[in-house]
Design a binder for this molecule. Structure first.
Ligand code: EPU
Length: 339
């Protein structure tokens, strides 16, 4: 474990924003993390924990300590003929884990193929795509209490999962660091979950209707819609899909019969933010070094050399347009970090 001073975070955020951290530390084990939390450096400085940096926007240099987990490993800790429980280190790449499950023919995470980032962030953010979310397969989350260094394991119910939401983003924000996540996967009785949008048609193209085919279909759709961060800096969906009262949706539907929505509860629906942004004329538009992606308006891209403020300014303009045209407030999904 070593402390690097004035570390460039360019390769630690998929937006490709060039900012420095005053200190940067990677740790390999729970014991190293506990030691770090007691150290003078962390007692005397503010700190922020990153994962793969795929859902972050740094606005300026971070005048504290950036922590990053290198806790890895995928271990089977429980299993029956029908299911397996895997304990996965927070520092594992999410998509390597998905690939591992698919190679073992374990069902449950194949719809979440190709999502950038690391395992430790999955319960915080409750990552989701193509009709599935992490909450469907997470059975426990091992954490360290930032204040005391004590270990605590949260059950899935205690995580209070919601759409792109968990207790770790709300009441317990900044209070725990995830070290391991336990996933429950299906060994038998798997059936494809391909009802989301274009997934059904894409999946139908594969001769073998298996778990690997779902992964291939999802990767094919993602490849068409979402920019590769190594080529064009981005953080996936910049905004969450807004959850609005059904009455507002019904009203909008009178003027926009094709407005896409997904049911949420008896009184609310989720509207596709990408559609709202496109209808405001933003799709494919550039403002200086930043732009709205031409294939998916929910994604903002760094065309090269953009800083955090360039991206925030574009986000603010988009939010103002959507507010004015539809009376809907878009909330960023990306975690915005001021140094
Ligand atoms: N749409 C448009 N214009 C656009 C984009 C979308 O009209 O520019 C319409 C589509 O035609 C479709 C609807 O909006 O009717 C939904 O679009 P899409 O299937 O692309 O999904 P999304 O709701 O825009 C969400 C997630 C994505 C995830 C996809 C697929 C959020 C905030 N985003 O996007 O997640 O990959 O569904 O499941 O929930 C991410 O979180 O970073 C991310 C990429």
């Amino acid at each position: 474990m070593k402390t690097i001073e004035n570390y460039s975070l360019l390769n630690n955020n998929t937006f490709g924003v060039d900012v420095n951290a005053r200190y940067f530390i990677e740790y390999d084990s729970v014991e190293e993390l506990q030691y770090l939390l007691r150290s003078d450096l962390l007692q005397e400085n503010k700190f922020f924990h990153i994962g793969g940096g795929s859902n972050l926007l740094f606005i300026n240099d971070y005048e504290g300590v950036i922590l990053h987990s290198k806790i890895t490993g995928i271990d089977a800790i429980e299993g029956t003929r029908c299911m397996a429980v895997l304990k996965v280190g927070a520092g594992e790449r999410w998509d390597s884990f998905v690939e591992y499950c698919v190679s073992k023919n374990y069902g449950g995470v194949e719809n979440l193929s190709g999502i950038p980032g690391e395992v430790g962030a999955t319960p915080v953010q409750n990552i989701g795509a193509y009709g599935a979310e992490a909450a469907n397969v997470i059975c426990a989350v091992e954490c360290i209490d930032v204040k005391t260094g004590a270990e605590k394991t949260f059950t899935a119910a205690e995580c209070e999962f919601g759409y792109r939401d968990s207790v770790f983003k709300r009441a317990l924000k900044g209070k725990y660091i995830v070290t391991y996540v336990h996933f429950k996967l299906q060994k038998t009785g798997w059936t494809p979950n391909v009802n989301y949008g274009s997934l059904k048609d894409e999946f139908a193209k594969y001769p073998e209707q298996n778990i690997a085919a779902v992964r291939s279909a999802v990767l094919a759709i993602r490849g068409r819609k979402l920019p590769e961060p190594k080529v064009l800096g981005n953080a996936g969906s910049f905004f969450m899909n807004p959850v609005v009262p059904i009455s507002l949706y019904e009203n909008l539907k009178k003027s926009y019969p094709d407005i896409p929505c997904y049911p949420v509860s008896d009184t609310t629906v989720k509207i596709a933010a990408g559609w709202l942004i496109e209808k405001c004329g933003w799709k494919g538009k550039s403002v200086g070094p930043v732009a709205v992606h031409g294939s998916q308006a929910l994604v903002l891209i760094n065309k090269g050399g953009a800083n955090g403020l360039d991206i925030i300014n574009l986000s603010d303009s988009i939010r103002a347009s959507v507010r004015e045209k539809f009376g809907i407030e878009l909330i960023p999904e990306v975690n915005i970090i001021f140094g």
